[in-house]
Each structure stands twice: as C-alpha cells, then as structure tokens.
Design a protein around this ligand. Structure first.
Ligand SMILES: [Zn+2]
Ligand SMILES: [Zn+2]
Length: 175
C-alpha cells in the first residue's frame, strides 16, 4: 500500500504518523529467496522539514527464515527495523536514487513502505546465521544432518583399502 504524502508536502512543519501493514511475504535478492514468517505493522512518522524535504522515520519488526550456514535448517531471525531517511523532493527520482545509493522508496509524492523495508533488510543482512553455536553441520560426503543423526562416513574409512590410501597421504604429509 502506498502512503500519500502530498498533504504533508503542502505545508512546512506538517507531520504524519501512521502504521502500515506490510504485504511482503518473502525477500528475493542476490543471496537467494527468504521467507518472512511474520511481521509487525510498520510505524511511520513523516515530517516536512521545509524546502520540500521530508524526514521519514520507521519502526517495525520482521521475522525472517534464514537457512543455517552449516546445516541449512531454516532459522527464525528477527530483524528490528529502526531507521531514518530523508527524501529531498526538489530532486528528480534519479538524482535521489543516486544520492541514497539504494532503491528509491518514493513514487511521485507517495511513499512505498515495501521498498523502504526491503532496503533496510538488505542493509542489515547478517553475514552468517547458525541454528546453534555448536551446529555440527551436514556431512560433506553423505549429506546427513549431523545434528539429527550420526552417519557412517567415519567408520567407512576403517575400510582397509581406504586406510592404505590414507597412510600414503599421511606419509606425504610427513615429508
Ligand atoms: Zn545448523
Ligand atoms: Zn556422512
């Protein structure tokens, strides 16, 4: 849903406070496709600070599902949104986009909260999410989730032929 700010723009000092329901159910970008488990409405406060400049503050919470970096189990990852943006309405949309170095969240005199939130999630995207600190990950040979089940890959290495190959390798290592 777009938020019409034309009335706020009419008068310096004019402000608008509201809450908007977010429509997004997933987030798709170069890191992949991530589901949004739940989200709070976005609290938005907009102030016309004069000279056709809008100050926009937002607050909300989005619960994302991000796969564990080791075992790929989806992990609930809360993202608290708390941000401030300025939109200089004297600039063209292209100029604003360049200056902000992010996707323009204004469509004419209407604010697109989905774009605003998407930008914020991307800026704060975590480097790595783990289901637990000591996640054992998945076996690189058989793909078993080692948190759930032990696999037989280690014991298979007791195979005498494998052991012979390992001996050769370890001899090389010692040299
Ligand atoms: Zn894990
Ligand atoms: Zn295995």
């Amino acid at each position: 849903m777009l938020l019409d700010l034309s009335k706020v723009l009419l008068q310096d000092g004019k402000a608008l406070e509201t809450s908007v329901e977010l429509e997004m159910n997933e987030l798709v970008f170069q890191m992949g496709k991530f589901s949004i488990a739940r989200k709070s409405p976005l609290q938005v406060a907009v102030t016309n600070t004069g000279d056709r400049v809008l100050e926009i503050r937002g607050h909300g919470e989005v619960m994302l599902l991000i796969p564990c970096a080791r075992c790929l189990t989806p992990v609930e990852y809360p993202m608290v949104l708390d941000f401030e943006r300025t939109a200089d309405m004297k600039l063209s949309e292209e100029e604003r986009e360049e200056r902000l170095e992010e996707t323009n969240f204004m469509e004419g005199e209407q604010l697109n909260p989905e774009v605003l939130v998407r930008n914020e999630l991307l800026i704060n995207w975590p480097i790595r999410v783990l289901c637990k600190d000591d996640c054992k990950g998945i076996c690189s040979r058989c793909g078993a989730n080692l948190n759930v089940t032990a696999c037989n890959c280690d014991t298979e290495q007791a195979d005498p032929r494998m052991a012979a190959i390992r001996d050769i390798f370890s001899k090389y290592k010692e040299v």
